[in-house]
Design a protein around this ligand. Structure first.
Ligand code: NAI
Ligand code: MG
Length: 356
């Protein structure tokens, strides 16, 4: 298979984890006879330094013309004082909007050998394996009107929660499609006892569900979902929800698994290539020290292979390689317990390649 990948390393540890991940991808390419062409482009702080904008047109064009996008992370103290339209993070938001990256997939998996890294009891999180499918371009973060004004003498602020049937349908369908290749169970999360948009959401879920008779599904109120995530996290397979609920629940869920340095994500596009990135930021505190955990970015590549290119065997091999590295006790500092020796970004990367 021949594919082009837009590579946006970004700032801080971004370039380090991206370099590590591509080294692993080179190994996959060689082993399974694929050709991956990398097209590098600037985003975030580095793009501000070189091109005076966080998202240069050339970067956007490179992304549009590629089969998938790999991103490291953006931002850092160097650019913190800039006005908001010139901040590194703005580049990422513009990219999400321009490419209509409407579906954010965040798998939450607990690796057997990392059970002690979670704040929850090991027996509670053993076997946790679910995906949150979060709507990313609609809802209360984008609705109009959004304003602050005075009504007589009372100061008030307004945000608007809007969803069209189409917006709901496409994200719900993603959830069901994903469930179909997993354990075939969808939990749709809403607040239908209070919100009109959630009542429309439920109607659409009931309709879409008819197209997937082999997938079982249920509706769950968001407050209950927040509780069940802690009480019984192994219960879930695919959780599909709107933008703000997904934002909050996915941060809650990320704590089940321990380190930020382990968690991948995919943002699927409605119109073009999708974007794959670790959920962590640019970690300026450890940048340049060969200390960053590369596994979140390597897992993001596994998602790309599976969801974007349909290379399931390769993706599985990669996931298994990660699991074996952890089992051998080879870990970067974020995962090593106090007093235990830890390994560099490079050492962990080479070990993944070795396991492959
Ligand atoms: P962060 O995720 O960069 O770091 C939080 C803590 O986790 C730090 O102590 C860091 O050393 C550690 N950490 C993160 N990733 C790690 C990895 N792979 N291996 C080992 N340790 C890791 O979040 P923070 O510090 O709040 O933000 C730093 C910068 O990153 C800011 O400029 C922020 O705006 C930006 N950021 C960018 C994101 C993106 O590009 N998607 C997402 C989140 C933050
Ligand atoms: Mg958030």
């Amino acid at each position: 298979m021949k594919k082009t990948i837009a590579v946006l390393p970004g700032d801080g540890i971004g370039p380090e984890v991206v370099k590590a991940a591509l080294k692993v991808l080179d190994q996959i390419a060689e082993q399974y006879q694929h050709q991956f062409e990398y097209r590098y482009a600037d985003i975030g702080g580095i793009a501000i330094d070189l091109h005076q904008t966080p998202l240069p047109q050339r970067t956007l064009d490179t992304c549009r013309q590629s089969d998938a996008i790999l991103l490291g992370a953006v931002g850092g103290p160097k650019w913190d004082q800039l006005p908001s339209h010139m901040r590194p993070e703005k580049g990422l938001l513009q990219l999400r909007k321009s490419l209509q990256l409407f579906a954010n997939l965040r798998p939450v998996t607990c690796y057997e050998s990392l059970l002690e890294a979670s704040p929850l009891k090991p027996e509670r999180i053993k076997g946790v394996d679910f995906v949150i499918v979060r709507e990313l371009t609609g809802g209360i973060y984008f609705g109009e009107p959004r304003e602050r004004r005075y009504d007589n003498d009372e100061e008030l602020a307004i945000d608007t929660l809007t969803y069209t049937r189409k917006e709901i349908e496409r994200i719900v369908r993603k959830g069901f499609e994903l469930a179909q290749v997993r354990r075939k169970k969808v939990t749709s999360v809403d607040k239908a006892n209070v919100l009109e948009s959630s009542r429309l959401w439920r109607e659409v879920v009931d309709e879409v569900a008819k197209e997937y008779p082999e997938v079982s599904y249920e509706h769950m109120l968001v407050d209950n979902a927040a509780m069940q995530l802690i009480r019984q996290p192994t219960y879930f397979d695919v959780m599909v929800t709107e933008n703000m609920f997904g934002d909050i629940l996915s941060d809650e869920a990320s704590m089940l698994t321990g380190s930020l340095g382990m968690l991948p994500s995919a943002s699927l596009s409605a119109i073009g290539p999708s974007l794959y990135e670790p959920i962590h930021g640019s970690a300026p505190d450890i940048a340049g020290e060969n200390k960053a955990n590369p596994l979140a970015t390597i897992s993001s590549l596994a998602m790309m292979l599976k969801y974007e290119f349909g290379l399931e065997e390769e993706a599985e091999a990669l996931d298994e390689a990660i699991e074996s590295v952890l089992k051998k006790g080879i870990r970067t500092a974020d995962l090593a317990s106090a007093g235990v020796e830890y390994h560099s970004t490079e050492a962990v990367t080479n070990e993944v390649i070795e396991q492959l």
